[in-house]
Design a binder for this molecule. Sequence first.
Ligand SMILES: NC(=O)c1ccc[n+]([C@@H]2O[C@H](COP(=O)([O-])OP(=O)(O)OC[C@H]3O[C@@H](n4cnc5c(N)ncnc54)[C@H](OP(=O)(O)O)[C@@H]3O)[C@@H](O)[C@H]2O)c1
Length: 242
Amino acid sequence: MEIRNSVALVTGANRGIGAGFVSALLERGATRVYATARDPATLAAAVASGEGRVVALELDVTDPAEVVAAAARCGDLTLLVNNGGTAAMTGFIGAASLEGARQEMEVNFWGQLAMVRAFAPMLAANGGGAILQVLSIGAMTVFPGVGTYCASKFAAHAMCKGIRAELAPRRTQVMSVFSGAIESDMSAKTPGPKISALTHAHNCLGALEDGQEEFYPDFKSQRLREAYRRDPEAFDRALRLK
Ligand SMILES: NC(=O)c1ccc[n+]([C@@H]2O[C@H](COP(=O)([O-])OP(=O)(O)OC[C@H]3O[C@@H](n4cnc5c(N)ncnc54)[C@H](OP(=O)(O)O)[C@@H]3O)[C@@H](O)[C@H]2O)c1
């Protein structure tokens, strides 16, 4: 996958990690970026920065009609950045209701799967292309207190492994990103240093061009991955004691 001259679509492009992807795609020479958001009015800054290369589209990934309408507008797509997500920040037992957990699954799994199903045919028709799937380090193991979010990211991780195999004959590259700590509204209460959304996007796009399949884009995710790999059971035991 080459970013230069690619045509990309980014979900949740109005802020945070998604906005970082729009900027990095432009900097790396994408021909066109479909910047999508639930409220297209929030994409004004992205459009203004694009010098004619950014097209704003309304897209709630949980709305089947909007997913179909977006696919109909983007027949030239070569790269899907499946980024939009939500976090209720709840455990499995303590939350007053399961509403947040259901919404996490709705957006982070079912919504991302709907996008893959709608856009995979045109990626194949345009030569294969790529799907960049924003997961989380919470798809590697389950962190106490945000267990339901991790469950939705585990489900999306399973989807990535499945579609990687299913789309290989169509020459569509699938890269899963296990992000750790990136500056955004979602991570506002996460302590410790974070990398910027723009740096995160450049790291991811570079890895995609290198042909990586599972990518840990920042120092926090890389550190946790190394510790987990050394001894997964000890890692999980230590999380329980926190
Ligand atoms: N920040 C981190 O440290 C971190 C770490 C690991 C993984 N991630 C993942 O990175 C992705 C982006 O998160 P972020 O950190 O940039 O958080 P954020 O600042 O809260 O942004 C979330 C984005 O997702 C969009 N979104 C939510 N529900 C949607 C829906 N139904 N359809 C389409 N878009 C929807 C939001 O749109 P609205 O503006 O309309 O709400 C917003 O653009 C998520 O998948 C998240 O799980 C983030």
